[in-house]
Write a protein that binds this ligand. Structure first.
Ligand SMILES: C[S@@+](CC[C@H](N)C(=O)[O-])C[C@H]1O[C@@H](n2cnc3c(N)ncnc32)[C@H](O)[C@@H]1O
Length: 245
């Protein structure tokens, strides 16, 4: 297993495996486009990846975009998809600790990146400081019931699940009085190997911090239990909007 940043860097076939991520980015774009936004908003995107949200939202709301990611390879893939032009700037940025000017954005948006933050509450407080008056943060992130089937397979095999712990909808709603919608998306895989290949393909194979990697024999038991349960996996996605001051 590798650290998340280098795993995302190596995810060269991300788009081929990322049907759920594409769906979520498009759903988030629809929700954001329905919000009252100023004309030509100043937009900061965090964790752009290969550009699914950028591509889905930018044509709908226009504006001046600062498109960012922590992984240089991901930022380059996004730039290759979207291209250069007026009102577009690409920047390496740790979205959890953004070194940007206060009150300089009308919208901060992000699809399926905030679940990688070590401290979501602290990150949101720092991001709120970047919002101009009346600005908003809108993001999609993983919630509590994600990967329930994979976790159940670990428990069935007598092991502690390796999957990161995601917040509940109640915990997310408590963050800065957020407005939340949720969606359960079920991915069906041919078998456990296909699921693990897809997870590696999107660079998301890193286990929970501090988790001891399963041995080969343990992993075989988990994979067998996962297949006995049907080899499908749920993404529990929260769409969150936080209003600034
Ligand atoms: C699952 S991908 C989602 C990418 C894209 N938004 C999409 O919907 O396909 C997560 C992305 O978040 C980025 N990321 C992870 N931690 C980050 C951080 N602290 N700051 C900025 N980007 C981060 C990763 O490099 C990766 O590109």
């Amino acid at each position: 297993m590798s650290d998340p940043l280098s795993a995302f860097g190596r995810a060269e076939a991300y788009d081929a495996y990322a049907q759920t991520q594409r769906h979520v980015a498009e759903a988030l774009a629809g929700r954001i486009a329905a919000l009252p936004l100023p004309k030509a908003p100043r937009v900061l995107e965090i964790g752009c990846g290969t550009g699914f949200l950028t591509a889905a939202l930018r044509p709908r709301i226009g504006g001046d975009w600062t498109v960012t990611d922590l992984a240089p390879e991901m930022l380059a893939r996004c730039r290759a998809r979207i291209g250069d032009g007026p009102g577009l700037c690409y920047r390496l940025l740790d979205g959890e600790r953004p070194d940007l000017a206060p009150e300089s954005f009308d919208l901060i948006c992000s699809s399926l990146a905030f679940q990688w933050f070590a401290d979501l509450q602290g990150a949101l407080e720092r991001l709120m400081a970047l919002l101009a008056p009346g600005g908003r943060i809108a993001f999609a992130t993983m919630a509590e019931e994600s990967f329930a089937e994979w976790r159940a397979a670990f428990v069935f095999a007598g092991l502690e699940p390796a999957t990161p712990l995601y917040p509940s909808i109640t915990q997310l709603a408590a963050l800065s009085d957020a407005a939340i919608a949720e969606e359960h998306i079920v991915e069906r895989h041919a078998d456990a190997r296909a699921f693990l290949t897809a997870l590696r393909g999107i660079g998301a194979q890193s286990p929970r911090a501090g988790h001891r990697p399963a041995t080969a024999a343990e992993l075989r038991r988990v994979m067998a239990a996962f297949e006995a349960g049907g080899a499908s996996v749920t993404y529990h996605v929260a769409y969150v909007v936080v209003d600034g001051e």
